[in-house]
Design a protein around this ligand. Structure first.
Ligand code: CO
Ligand code: CO
Length: 300
C-alpha cells in the first residue's frame, strides 16, 4: 500500500513505476430520470480515481433493485447512462453484479493506473499552497429540494450537469501542474474533506467565504430548511475544526457541510502553477491558502 487508508482510493504498487488504484462507490437516486442517475453515479464512482491522479482502466457495475416491482427497462436506462459517462472517460465496463434490494442503488467498482510519481494524496498540501475547487457547492441542498418537490430537474439543471461531469480534466491538469495534494468533495461536505487534507495537523487553511462557488438557489432553499440530514451530521462531527473569523449566516454555515455527490476536486497547488488552470478553460475557483497551523479551517 502506497497511501495510508482513508484516502480517496486504495493504491498498490504494480511494478517499479506504476501502481493500481482501486475504488468502489454506490449511490441511491437523487434525480428522477434513470439515464441521468446512471450518468451521475458513474461520474461519482470514477472521481476517486481522478482524485488520486490516476487514469481509470476498467469498471464493474453494481446494481441493487427491488426485482419484483422494478421494470427491467429502467435498469437498462440507468446502465446506458453509466456507459455514456464511461465512454467519455474511455473506460470499458467489463462486468458487474445485480442483486435484489429494497431500494434502487447503483455504482461502479473502478480500477485505475497511476504513475508512482504522480500519486496525489489528500493529506500532503504544503505551506503557502493555494487551494482550488473545481465544481460549485450545494448539490445536497438542491437534490433535497428536488426530492421535496420544491424544485424541478430543470431548476437544478446546472448542478445536474456538473454532477454528470468527469473530474478527468481537472485531475490531468493537477498532475501536470505538480499539485501537492488532491481529494474530491463528496459525502463529508467541504469542511469534512478539508479535515482530511489538514489531518497531519501542521497547516491551517485560510478559506475565503466570498470566493466559494455556490449553485444558484442553494442559499434560498437552505433558508427554507431544505437541508439534508447529512449536513447536520457533518457539522456535528467537523465543526470544531472551524474558526469563523467573520460573521456567516446559518444557511451558509450549513452549506459548508452539505454532502456532495460527484463534487469537484480540491487541489493544493503552488501559486506559480495557477496558469495551467487559467489556460485550460475548465471551471475552477481559488478558495484559500494553506499556512502554518494545527489543522484548522479559518474562514474569513
Ligand atoms: Co474521494
Ligand atoms: Co471516496
Amino acid at each position: 500500500m502506497l497511501v495510508p487508508p482513508g484516502d480517496d482510493a486504495g493504491v498498490r504498487l504494480l511494478d517499479e513505476n506504476r501502481a493500481l488504484v482501486e475504488t468502489v462507490d454506490v449511490i441511491t437516486p437523487l434525480v428522477n430520470d434513470p439515464f441521468t442517475f446512471g450518468k451521475i453515479s458513474a461520474a461519482n464512482s470514477l472521481s476517486d480515481i481522478y482524485a488520486m491522479g490516476g487514469r481509470p482502466f476498467s469498471a464493474l457495475s453494481i446494481i441493487g433493485y427491488p426485482a419484483c416491482d422494478y421494470p427491467p427497462e429502467l435498469i437498462r436506462e440507468i446502465l446506458s447512462g453509466v456507459c455514456y459517462v464511461l465512454d467519455q472517460a474511455g473506460v470499458p465496463l467489463i462486468g458487474g453484479h445485480c442483486f435484489d434490494d429494497g431500494e434502487i442503488k447503483t455504482g461502479l467498482s473502478v480500477t485505475g493506473i497511476v504513475e508512482k510519481g504522480h500519486i496525489l494524496r489528500s493529506d500532503t498540501p504544503e505551506e503557502g499552497d493555494l487551494l482550488i475547487i473545481t465544481k460549485p457547492l450545494g448539490t445536497g441542498v438542491l437534490t433535497t429540494a428536488l426530492k421535496g418537490e420544491r424544485a424541478t430537474e430543470q431548476d437544478i439543471k446546472e448542478a445536474i450537469d456538473f454532477m454528470c461531469m468527469l473530474n478527468k480534466e481537472a485531475s490531468e491538469i493537477a498532475v501536470k501542474a505538480g499539485a501537492t495534494a488532491c481529494t474530491d468533495v463528496t459525502g463529508f461536505g467541504l469542511i469534512g474533506h478539508l479535515a482530511r487534507m489538514l489531518s497531519q495537523k501542521e497547516l491551517d487553511l485560510i478559506l475565503k467565504k466570498d470566493k466559494l462557488p455556490v449553485f444558484n438557489g442553494v442559499i434560498e432553499f437552505a433558508d427554507r430548511g431544505l437541508v439534508p440530514e447529512g449536513a447536520y451530521k457533518n457539522r456535528q462531527f467537523f465543526e470544531e475544526l472551524v474558526q469563523y473569523k467573520s460573521p456567516l449566516n446559518e444557511s451558509f454555515k450549513l452549506l459548508l457541510f452539505d454532502p456532495q455527490t460527484s463534487g469537484g476536486l480540491l487541489i493544493a497547488i503552488k501559486e506559480g502553477k495557477l496558469k495551467s488552470f487559467e489556460k485550460s478553460g475548465i471551471f475552477y475557483r481559488v478558495i484559500g491558502r494553506f499556512i502554518k497551523g494545527t489543522g484548522r479551517v479559518q474562514i474569513i
